[in-house]
Design a protein around this ligand. Sequence first.
Ligand SMILES: Cc1ncc(C[n+]2csc(CCOP(=O)(O)OP(=O)(O)O)c2C)c(N)n1
Ligand SMILES: [Mg+2]
Length: 197
Amino acid sequence: MSALLHRRDVVKTLLSDRGDLMVISGLGAPAWDITAAGDNELNFPMWGAMGGAAMVGLGLALAQPTRKTLVITGDGEMLMGLGALATIAVQDPDNLCVVVLDNEHYGETGMQKTHTHHGVDLVAMAKGAGITRTYLVKTEDELKALRHQIYSEKGSLFAVIKVDPEKLPLVLPPREGSYIKNRFRIAVLGPDAVHDE
Ligand SMILES: Cc1ncc(C[n+]2csc(CCOP(=O)(O)OP(=O)(O)O)c2C)c(N)n1
Ligand SMILES: [Mg+2]
């Protein structure tokens, strides 16, 4: 059996040479992962709102149809917001990728096992919702193929990447929500996107 992929390497691979890719992360460890790959004005790390990452990604993808949105979240976070898969399938944007870093645990809160540890199959759930391009990634080669799909192919996709349930040092993004939001809006919409409040 091959060794599990390491989440920081996975996220670095997905975000290297990212161009103008817009990235939403789920709260907790995925937010530390995208920051470890390099803080970026086109990152919108969720500091809370567990269960909301894929839906925030959908809203962004619909609002910015000419650019690509990548959601990177955890299995626990995705399990909390499963209804998003149905809405994404029905809306069927051609510019939204949802990637779940599945360590089969709620890592951030003490490594309690999640449902995926007990066999719940998020890829099958996404398929059942009607998302046609779904991927289960366990190897470097499969990760490279997924990267190609994200950057070079059109259409929404959903991927589960099985990763090591390792505990890693925190790499925190900026803490202030209004700063992250304004930075993101200016990067997407230009300097007039933000007014003094
Ligand atoms: C509504 C809500 N419930 C619970 C929490 C506590 N919480 C924060 S992160 C987290 C675990 C996230 O697990 P997962 O998405 O699998 O990410 P991992 O740390 O394993 O990568 C939990 C339970 C929260 N912040 N909000
Ligand atoms: Mg997890």
